[in-house]
Every structure is written in structure tokens, then in C-alpha cells.
Write a protein that binds this ligand. Structure first.
Ligand code: ADP
Ligand code: ASP
Ligand code: MG
Length: 407
């Protein structure tokens, strides 16, 4: 029997009633003759609610305890779905990440999957079960429960699909597929039928939440075709897979993404000496905090200002670390700007069209939007702007590049 992996996101399992519909869908897939692995997210906004309960206690909750808390969300969904499926006479068993052999490193909150030992899952399938997996979690090399970063259920699904050789991973979500921009910001955004791994990876990394970025990397590495589709209809969604040269022909831009989850940090008057940047960013990395764009301005009297962007979720921890660190490297002070957004334009066709970045800057100019930082890759241009300008900028860029449905 072919094995398929079906992943249902928070909205898809947002109520008991919706879970019942998921159960119907799973039964149909099973009756069509598949071995089925279902990966579930926490119901609705559960993860955010759990996070805000912890935040009401302290700004810097203990990372181990936070992971114990957050993984409970997915555990509720998996067992309710198990109850629903067994109630329909469809034999099913649910497993936590740890039970399913999802092994990770020790980085609480953003653990990387190091290995999957799917023995128990394969046995459960062979015994005729639908396997239900709690998304977003694993077991570390220290035998602690870890989480895989926000949106991590996508990663659970794709990685398990790779581990059991499923070939296809269906991601059921609350939109019809991957669009040229977030359809909540740009109502006439166009659904993309096929997007290749590199473009999807850039879009996800740039903030398009529809797929978690690490899940796209894993899909590419294990050759898993990902089908992003609506939980509310049977319509075809977007296939994330390699595209043939024919299919690539003529595609200049695949989409615009907006990331509003980062803040800008500036270290003021850093000594302009060899080794300072290394010390600074090593210390930040040691805290498990990731850094995105970095800009260094050569300035006055052998001192320089250094700015970088970082996830807002890590700000409290970063602030704790930066106090002593600015002293240690001999900088004057640091400041945090939590009012930025990053807008990115992504497309494989950019490689051969050098004017794309300039056109994007031109849109910003026409909108009177100041660009504060810029970074590029061969298939992406990103600008940091004021967060308040973010959605307007996305609509303007989307329009200028003719990405709309009827353009
Ligand atoms: P789930 O809970 O199913 O994992 P997410 O909220 O993580 O769903 O991801 C789906 C959301 O991603 C959509 O509701 C949409 O607002 C957002 N999104 C952002 N960019 C895009 C895009 N380019 N195409 C489709 N959806 C996008
Ligand atoms: N529940 C987790 C989150 O909200 C994981 C997921 O939904 O993919 O980030
Ligand atoms: Mg998601």
C-alpha cells in the first residue's frame, strides 16, 4: 500500500467539529487504499495562548519548561483525533514526537531534527493503524522534550514522509495553496500551481508562513513532493517540487513576502577592530538566537555602529545577553527598534534580469517609503522598512510586478 502523510494545521483542527471533518477525510484516504500518517498541529490559537500564559509569569520562561508546555497543545489534538477515528471504526493510534522516534538536538524552542527512528510508526502502520503524530516536537539527545520552532508541524510531516519513503506530503491549511503574496494582505494574489524548492525556501525564510522554512529544506533533501492545499475543499493546491526547464521558462517573480516578526538591534560605537564582530555574534549564537540581516556602518573615530535583525520572540533573552556583552566588546550602548518589517521579492528569473532590485526600490520611492536595510540572494531582494508601511508596500510591489490574478 502507498503511504501518504497528511498534515492538518491549527485552523483545520480548530474545534471538535473541524476535527470530525478531518477524521472523515482521513477515513476516506484510508478507504482509498493508503497507509496513512496524520500529523496534527495544536488546535486554533492554542500555542499562542500557552505562550501568553507563560509570558504573564515571566518575560524569559525556562526553555525546557516552555517546551513541556507547548508540546501539550499538539498532544490534545492527536488524542482527540484518535478518539474520533476509532469512533468511526477506523483503527488509529496517536504518538508524541518522542514516541515516534523524532530525535533532535538540544536547542529548546528551535530544535533541529537529527534523526528519525520510525520503527514504531512502521510497525503501527503494518498492524493496520492510521498513525497520528503530534507535530512540532521531538526528543533531544539529552532525553528532553523539544519543539521545532513555530510552524514546526510542517517539518514533522515532511521529515516523517522522508523517513518512511512516502514521496508525497499533503499540507492541509486555511488557504488554497501558495499565493504570489499572503492573500490576507493582497486579496487578488494569484495561486501558484507549482513552485520549486529554492523559491519556496526563499519565500518561507522571508516570512511567508504557509510552509515552515526548514520543512522546505528537508523536502528538497529527501525529494518529498509537498502539496499545499485547502482543508475546506478538494481542489488542487500548490505543488512544491522540482520544475522542469520548460516550466521555469517565463517565470520572473514567484512572490512577495512580508516578515513582521523581526526587530532591529543596533550596537552603537563598536570599536572598529578585528575580532569584534566574531565575539559579538558568537556570543549571540551561543544563546541560540538567530540573526538575519547585518549592516555595519563605517563611521567616526575608529568606531562603528552595527545593526542586525533578529526574531522578536528572542528579544527578551537577547537584551539580557547584550547588556554585559556591549561592555565586554567596548561598545557604547545598544538600542532596539521593534517597529520594523522586512519585505522580500522572490523569483528564480531574477538571476537573468538585473533590473528587478532597482524596480523594487523604485516602488518604495513612489510610495514614499524609506528603505533602512537591504539584503539580496541570487533569487531574492529584501528591504527593511517601517512595520506600519509593510502591507502597503506588499500591495504596491505586487501590483508593480504584475502578479495579480488578472494581470
Ligand atoms: P497552518 O495553521 O495551517 O499551519 P499557517 O497560519 O501556519 O497555517 O499558514 C497559513 C497562512 O499563511 C495563511 O493563512 C496565510 O495568511 C499565510 N501566508 C503568508 N504568505 C502566504 C502565501 N504566499 N501564500 C499563502 N499563504 C500565505
Ligand atoms: N503549534 C505550533 C505553532 O503554532 C506548530 C504548528 O502549528 O506548526 O507554531
Ligand atoms: Mg503553519
Amino acid at each position: 500500500m502507498p503511504t501518504i502523510v497528511m498534515k492538518f494545521g491549527g485552523t483545520s483542527v480548530g474545534s471538535v467539529e473541524r476535527l470530525q471533518r478531518v477524521a472523515d477525510r482521513v477515513v476516506a484516504a484510508r478507504e482509498a487504499g493508503n497507509d496513512v500518517i496524520v500529523v496534527v498541529s495544536a488546535m486554533g490559537q492554542t500555542t499562542d495562548e500557552l505562550l501568553s500564559m507563560a509570558a504573564a509569569i515571566t518575560a524569559t520562561p525556562d526553555p525546557r519548561e516552555l517546551d513541556m508546555l507547548l508540546t501539550a497543545g499538539e498532544r490534545i489534538t492527536m488524542s482527540l483525533l484518535g478518539i474520533a477515528l476509532n469512533g468511526r471504526g477506523c483503527k488509529a493510534a496517536s504518538y508524541t514526537g518522542s514516541q515516534a522516534g523524532i530525535m533532535t538536538d538540544t536547542q529548546h524552542g528551535a530544535a533541529k531534527i537529527t534523526e528519525i527512528r520510525p520503527k514504531r510508526i512502521i510497525e503501527a502502520l503494518a498492524a493496520g493503524n492510521v498513525v497520528i503524530l503530534a507535530g512540532f516536537q521531538g526528543l533531544s539527545s539529552d532525553y528532553e522534550i523539544t519543539t521545532l520552532g513555530r510552524g514546526g508541524s510542517d517539518l514533522t510531516a515532511v521529515a516523517m514522509a522522508g523517513a518512511v519513503g512516502a514521496g508525497i506530503c499533503e499540507i492541509y491549511t486555511d488557504v488554497d495553496g501558495v499565493f504570489t503574496a499572503d492573500p490576507r494582505i493582497v486579496p487578488d494574489a494569484r495561486k501558484v500551481d507549482v513552485i520549486d524548492y529554492d523559491e519556496m525556501l526563499e519565500l518561507s525564510t522571508a516570512g511567508a508562513k504557509v510552509l515552515q522554512s526548514r520543512s522546505v529544506e528537508v523536502a528538497r533533501r529527501h525529494d518529498v513532493q509537498v502539496h499545499v492545499r485547502s482543508t475546506f475543499t478538494d481542489a488542487d493546491g500548490t505543488w512544491v517540487r522540482d520544475r522542469s526547464d520548460d516550466e521555469m521558462e517565463g517565470v520572473l517573480i514567484s512572490g512577495v513576502a512580508l516578515d513582521t516578526d523581526e526587530a532591529k538591534v543596533t550596537i552603537v560605537e563598536v570599536p572598529d577592530q578585528p575580532g569584534v564582530a566574531a565575539r559579538l555574534f558568537k556570543a549571540i549564537a551561543a544563546e541560540g538566537i538567530s540573526i538575519d540581516m547585518i549592516v555595519q556602518n563605517v563611521s567616526h573615530r575608529s568606531r562603528t555602529d552595527m545593526s542586525f535583525t533578529t526574531p522578536r520572540a528572542d528579544l527578551a533573552r537577547l537584551q539580557d545577553a547584550l547588556g554585559p556583552l556591549t561592555n565586554e566588546i567596548g561598545a557604547d550602548r545598544f538600542s532596539i527598534d521593534d517597529y520594523i518589517a522586512k519585505i522580500s521579492l522572490v523569483g528564480a528569473g531574477m538571476k537573468s534580469h538585473p533590473g528587478v532590485a532597482a524596480d523594487m526600490f523604485d516602488v518604495m520611492a513612489a510610495e514614499g517609503i524609506n528603505i533602512e536595510m537591504i539584503s539580496t540572494s541570487p533569487i531574492r531582494v529584501s528591504c527593511v522598512i517601517r512595520r506600519a508601511d509593510g502591507e502597503r508596500a506588499v500591495r504596491a510591489v505586487h501590483e508593480r510586478f504584475g502578479l495579480a490574478q488578472n494581470a
